[in-house]
Ligand binder design. Structure first.
Ligand code: MCN
Length: 818
């Protein structure tokens, strides 16, 4: 592994821009309404597409009658799977071809919301009306909605050719059937990490343009996605084109949170339609469509056994995850391996046994959602650890302190195969507890119980370590004769502020004014390659490429300046935005002058190419492991079950911070999403697979008044895995917050005998849990105590579906971080 020194050329920046809390240059356009989203991209004469979606979770399609729709005003065409020649999406990485999705449902629908036909009309209103008139004759089939029920031998099967709903097994992360041997105490639990929706402010959408002038690509696609180059690859592959024949761009993207990583069949259909029509076709999802068509997140049932000594030292962990992947194998295939990789959390756990099964159900496909597999790992550990602390009568802070991997043990190799780079969890915990006023909170908690107050206080700790950064990323930096700089980056932000941070990196490295740097991204015709924005990878991979390209550009500028000034290169430096002999402004050149000179090959030193430009592809050889501790303070009304998140303190270690303001914004958004899952949000289906939460009236997404102002305290341990010394921060807030809030609610009620409440901890659930505890009702499924001494059916005990036909062997496949 290459070690990078985070050191950088100091002499260039009397007032360092790197590390400064600069306000986002993106925000003026966003806040004044000037920013253009996909649906705002002007395109005269574009036709409008509207999808006809299945209202049934599982059915055979007997016929589709589009006669009436075709005759309606403005309708240009109605298309079904057969019209598209059986085109299918390529199978998602790591998942078997059997489960690849057709562009439009072919013969069978597998979830409510699956597109069956598409209507194209002159106006959107006409397309909406005509879509209503498309008559689909369905023959309903028995659906299966619950992932555990889907594993039963008599469950309805989504892909009869596959023979069962067990799509993928994961047994190779950490296999140790004896992991609990020698434990003096074992906590057993069943947790449901419920299905949630990403709910980006801007739903999905696309505009495809075909029939452009000669010399232009046959298809130009605007799409609201997180990885435009990947979308280009998929669209080209499905339509039988070369990548060069497809241009993919994003306009402003109004949030993604993982839900815009996939290229959806709808994107490809829109591109196909544009080609078919020889013109432009646009599609814009409604909110209710978004709630059923965009991938959901989480969706794990977790069976957990955590072993320890009587003094609270962890000895072993066994986990069986049942991952609901929904109707087709999508990005969800990547989630259980990540949960497994992070199953050790920030603790020394000598032995770990991890297994997972990914299961098909008649529901919206599941994919990455902020944290993607890592919050699930943190949640199961943090809940089990609090249960253990309760059983042993040890303070939750103390049990964590006893088990944290100490700073001197890094780099630390876990039994699950991760090599953590650095961290100082003890310091993070102390910092968070101090900021929260932990001792006083405990006193106040006891006083409220003594006074018999109905609003009880709860304090919850969420400690985490997560994994960020993979792959490689492209960047180039070019100086021009106007003294401005253009950065091209392969990252593709949805609100993370890359234009600001990347400009800081360039300005700082080159000694250039921040405002002189323009950052361009998310256009495959402009940026040759890019892996996109996900997995909190962008700064450490993409930002490092920008840094290295800037340093290469500086080196080129110095060489050129030395040549033009007839000086020795070693005497030439950058200072005050110029390049020349330090302390002698007469013997120096501005970046504009250098760029002008670089355009003329006659001015260049031998062997130097024209143009003042440099590029870089930076590859991460190993991931970074951000960590942190969150403390949540809740008040719970024991009479109504209502929970108020009163305070939330976050100490997140993302290594070196390029822009503390951006980091804080990321942590704030992350906390909101973690707390939302703990308290409010859940995708709910009825037993027939009808989505009951397909609008924001029924899906419990919190708004600002539901959440307190968050307290964030910085802490940084260095990493040498990239030249910026940075770890990712885009997801840490979510990963730390959810379990902290969850633990806080149980903490408020544990004196009443409440041991666990599954999420979301809505007033009715909390109220019922209090009632059950007071009546001494033993733990049920809701309380995470479903299993007695026998425990669940672990694979080595002959998992009941071990015989399923063709489960896919993932041995040797490295998980990709989403
Ligand atoms: N940053 C920094 N110093 C660090 C780490 C990060 O200054 N040590 C800054 C970066 O410059 C960047 C931001 O923080 O501006 C986030 O950087 P990073 O952690 O690299 O994450 P990504 O840019 O790759 O963003 C992905 C991450 C993910 S995976 C989800 S999901 C998510 C998130 O970002 N979705 C978001 N934050 C989001 N924020 C918005 N507004 N919208 C989404 O959809």
């Amino acid at each position: 592994m290459t070690a990078h020194s985070p050191g950088r050329p100091e002499e260039l920046s009397p007032a360092r821009i790197l590390g400064r809390p600069m306000r986002r240059s993106e925000d003026r356009a966003l806040l004044t309404g000037a920013a253009r989203y996909t649906d705002d991209v002007p395109c005269e004469g574009a036709l409008h597409a509207v999808f006809v979606r299945s209202p049934i979770a599982h059915a055979l399609i007997r016929s589709v009658d589009a006669g009436e729709a075709r005759a309606m005003p403005g309708v240009v065409g109605v298309f079904v799977a057969g019209d598209m020649g059986g085109l299918r999406m390529p199978p998602v990485e790591d998942s078997p071809e059997t489960f690849a999705r057709p562009l439009l449902a072919a013969g069978r629908v597998r979830f409510a919301g699956e597109p069956v036909a598409v209507v194209v009309a002159q106006t959107r209103a006409q397309a909406v009306d005509a879509a209503d008139a498309v008559a689909v004759d369905y023959e309903p089939l028995a659906p299966v909605i619950d992932p555990e029920a889907a594993l039963e031998p008599d469950a309805p099967v989504l892909f009869p050719a596959h023979g069962s709903n067990l799509a993928i097994r994961v047994d190779d992360v950490a296999e140790d059937p004896g992991a609990l041997e020698g434990a003096e105490i074992t906590v057993r639990a069943r947790f449901v990490n419920q299905r949630v929706a990403p709910v980006p402010m801007e739903p999905n959408g696309a505009l495809a343009i075909a029939g452009l002038a000669p010399g232009q690509p046959p298809v130009a696609l605007w799409a609201s996605v997180q990885a435009p180059h990947d979308t280009r690859r998929i669209v080209a592959q499905v339509l039988g084109l070369d990548c060069a024949q497809v241009r993919v761009r994003t306009a402003a993207v109004g949030g993604g949170f993982g839900g815009k990583i996939p290229t959806y069949p709808e994107h490809v259909v829109i591109a196909w339609l544009a080609r078919r029509m020889g013109g432009a076709v646009r599609w814009s999802e409604t909110r209710s469509e978004n709630m059923v068509a965009m991938t959901h997140g989480r969706g794990q049932v977790q069976h957990v056994e955590l072993g320890a000594t009587r003094d609270g030292r962890l000895t072993g962990l066994r986990v069986l995850v049942i991952q609901d992947i929904g109707a087709y194998a999508s990005e969800a295939a990547t989630l259980p391996p990540l949960t497994g990789l992070m199953a050790s959390g920030p603790y020394r756990i000598p032995r770990i046994d991890f297994h997972a099964v990914s299961v098909l159900t008649n529901t919206t496909p599941v994919g990455a959602y902020r944290g993607a597999g890592r919050p699930e790992a943190t949640w199961l550990l943090e809940r089990a650890l609090d249960m253990l602390a309760g059983d042993l009568g040890i303070d939750p802070a103390e049990i964590r302190r006893r088990n944290f991997i100490p700073p001197e043990a890094f780099p630390y190799r876990t039994p699950t195969g991760a090599t953590y780079d650095s961290g100082d969890l003890g310091r993070a915990l102390d910092t968070a507890l101090r900021a929260a006023g932990y001792t006083e909170l405990r006193k106040e908690q006891a006083a409220r119980i003594d006074r018999g107050e109905t609003w009880r206080l709860g304090v919850g700790i969420g400690s985490y370590i997560e994994v960020t950064g993979w792959g490689s990323e492209f960047a180039s930096v070019e100086a021009d004769e106007k003294g401005t700089f253009t950065v091209l980056t392969g990252t593709s932000p949805q609100g993370q502020g890359h234009e600001t941070a990347w400009a800081q990196i360039v300005a700082d490295t080159l000694g250039a004014p921040f405002d002189a740097v323009a950052v361009r991204h998310s256009d495959t015709a402009l940026v040759p390659r890019g892996e996109g924005t996900m997995g909190s990878r962008s700064l450490q991979v993409g930002g490092s490429a920008v840094l290295r390209a800037s340093m290469a550009l500086l080196a080129k500028a110095r060489r050129l300046a030395a040549h033009l000034l007839e000086a020795s290169e070693s005497d030439v430096r950058g200072f005050d935005g110029r390049i020349g002999i330090t302390g002698d402004p007469e013997s120096s050149l501005s970046w504009a002058e250098l760029a002008a000179a670089a355009a003329d090959s006659a001015s260049l030193p031998p062997g130097m190419e024209t143009g003042l430009r440099a590029q870089d592809d930076f590859e991460m050889e190993d991931s970074t492991y951000p960590s942190g501790v969150h403390v949540a303070v809740v008040e719970v009304d024991t009479e109504t079950g209502k929970v108020k998140l009163a305070r939330h303190i976050a100490v997140d270690d993302c290594g070196r911070r390029v822009n503390p303001l951006l980091v804080e914004g990321q942590i704030h958004g992350g906390i909101a999403q973690g707390a939302a899952q703990a308290l409010y949000e859940s995708i709910v289906y009825d037993e027939l697979g009808n989505p009951l939460t397909a609008s924001l009236a029924s899906y419990g997404m919190p708004a600002a008044p539901d959440l307190p102002a968050f307290v964030t305290v910085p802490l940084a341990t260095p990493t040498d895995r990239n030249p910026l010394g940075a770890k990712g921060v885009g997801e840490g807030g979510t990963i730390g917050a959810g379990p902290a809030v969850h633990n806080a609610v149980i903490d408020a009620l544990s004196h009443l005998g409440v041991r666990h409440i599954d999420m979301p901890m809505s007033p009715d659930r909390v109220w019922m849990a209090i009632g059950d505890a007071l009546r001494g009702v033993p733990g049920d499924r809701e309380k995470g105590e479903a299993y007695g001494a026998a425990g669940p059916e672990w694979p080595d005990r002959g998992h009941r579906h071990a015989h399923a036909e063709r489960p896919v062997d993932r041995r040797g496949v490295t998980p990709k971080i989403r």
